[in-house]
Design a protein around this ligand. Structure first.
Ligand SMILES: CC(=O)N[C@H]1[C@@H](OP(=O)(O)OP(=O)(O)OC[C@H]2O[C@@H](n3ccc(=O)[nH]c3=O)[C@H](O)[C@@H]2O)O[C@H](CO)[C@@H](O)[C@@H]1O
Ligand SMILES: C=C(OP(=O)(O)O)C(=O)O
Length: 427
């Protein structure tokens, strides 16, 4: 298996282009199932998860044509067409590898009146049930059965109807599945306590561009008036706010200055506020956000929360950065029950972190030291890359496939701003 080798201690300076958002791409791609027309997505990141989603869609009968861009440029263009649906079954092997595969459930049900999707099971960061996805679809008249590890959903008269659903807990994925199903349902759907993440807004904007009628976009009360059919369009995936936030932490932990080209300030206010509290200087300009370290980092207290709160997907990267402050920081993880898997690995690099349940206290240390480390999820792996950038000596981050799920051309982007980082091929 490949690994990432980092010689730490370099101050990073320069510009980093921000790619299209993984979490947006993964909910825009299944929208291809909602129309027989062509859907073209641009600014798609070159990521393992995007490729896997393409393969999942191919298995359902969707044709995918990817056009690259010139070497050195970012963003791909994929044209998808689901003229006819060949299968309504999403197999275990796919869903197990990529939880977002569950997002074919709503669109398949809407288009074909039935869908059979493997239950995803738990994952490294927590239990991650899908009960709310199912309850929301039931509120639209779907009949749901669980057997042999699969969810089988069907619409009684071949078309689901509109319905009201109030989410007891904010769920990004369940809101997405419900939105996609509701777009062509028979009648009006109202979603209460819906997720407000920018990726949800991106999904709503794509659906509207395809002919859907949605109001309340960006709020927690979404009203969807089902239409008979959606049509194709061309749509650009939004920039990745988590990738941008991760590189902002790279500027912080290396005492550097990075210009995050394409980052959208309005999507990441909680992150930039936290960075500013740490003492980093944030400059917003017409091409993105520049983040510059200005003296020693200050400790912080943060708690993760649904948008517009501080994103759980930024917690691990901040934890790595906070190891280099002069004092004690407090973190609370409220979204996933097991999202501190990076702590033992950061400790092996010299970090001093106490974890009690969902809370963690990070005691700043004068230095981190390089080590061989590995993590069991994407953002945890990024926290180790960040620690490695600041550590004395060499760090080897194993299990690179986690990083390949969510960071496009990581080594290339970091090398270009002064990091000594390379991929070591297992051969
Ligand atoms: C591909 C994608 O976009 N992934 C993001 C998405 O994941 P995902 O959509 O899986 O996360 P959710 O927002 O659904 O999860 C939020 C919380 O709700 C719980 N829950 C969720 C669904 C459900 O049916 N029942 C239930 O109890 C979860 O266990 C968790 O505690 O949002 C998360 C929270 O911002 C991010 O960390 C992930 O990066
Ligand atoms: C948890 C994440 O992704 P996923 O939901 O795809 O596992 C993430 O992007 O940090």
């Amino acid at each position: 298996m490949d690994s990432i080798l980092i010689q730490g201690g370099k101050r990073l300076e320069g510009a980093i282009p921000i790619s299209g958002a993984k979490n947006s791409a993964l909910t825009l791609l299944p929208c291809a199932l909602l129309t027989a027309d062509k859907l073209t997505l641009t600014n798609l990141p070159r990521l393992a998860d995007v490729d896997s989603f393409g393969h999942l869609l191919n298995g359902l009968g969707v044709s995918t044509k990817i056009e690259g861009v010139k070497k050195g440029e970012f963003g791909r263009r994929m044209t998808l067409q689901a003229g006819e649906i060949a299968s309504t079954v999403a197999p275990y092997d796919m869903v197990r590898r990529m939880r977002a595969s569950i997002l074919v459930l709503g669109p398949l049900l809407a288009r074909e009146g039935e869908a059979t999707v493997s239950l995803p099971g738990g994952c490294a960061i927590g239990d991650r049930p899908i009960d709310l996805h199912l309850r929301a679809l039931e509120a639209m008249g779907a009949e749901i059965e669980i057997a042999a590890g699969f969810v089988k959903a069907s619409a009684p008269k071949g078309r689901i109807s509109g319905g009201d659903y109030s989410f007891p807990v904010v769920s990004v994925g369940a809101t997405e599945n419900a939105l996609m199903a509701a777009a062509t349902a028979n009648g009006r759907t109202q979603l209460f306590n819906a997720a407000r993440e920018p990726e949800i807004v991106d999904l709503c904007n794509l659906l509207v561009a395809m002919g859907a009628k949605i109001s309340g976009i960006g709020s927690s009360h979404l009203i969807i008036d089902g239409v008979d059919a959606l049509h194709g369009c061309t749509y650009a995936v939004m920039p990745d706010r988590i990738e941008a936030g991760s590189y902002a932490c790279a500027a912080g932990i290396t005492g550097g200055s990075l210009d995050l080209i394409g980052a959208r300030p309005e999507d990441m206010l909680a992150t930039t506020n936290a960075l500013a509290q740490c003492g980093l200087v944030i400059e917003i300009h017409d091409k993105g956000i520049k983040v510059t370290a200005d003296g020693p980092l200050k400790p912080l207290a943060i708690s993760t929360a649904p948008f517009p709160g501080f994103a759980t997907d930024m917690q691990a990267q901040f934890m790595a950065m906070l190891c280099r402050t002069n004092g004690e920081s407090f973190l609370e993880e409220t979204i996933f029950e097991n999202r501190y898997m990076h702590v033992p690995e950061l400790r092996r690099m010299g970090a001093n972190i106490d974890v009690r349940g969902r809370s963690a206290i990070v005691h700043g240390v004068p230095k981190l030291t390089g080590a061989q480390v590995m993590a069991t999820d994407l953002r945890a792996s990024m926290s180790l890359v960040l620690a490695g950038l600041a550590a004395e000596g060499e760090t080897e981050v194993l299990r690179v496939y986690h990083l390949d799920r969510g960071y496009e051309r990581l080594e290339e982007k970091l090398s270009a701003v002064g990091a000594t980082i390379e991929r070591k091929s297992a051969g």
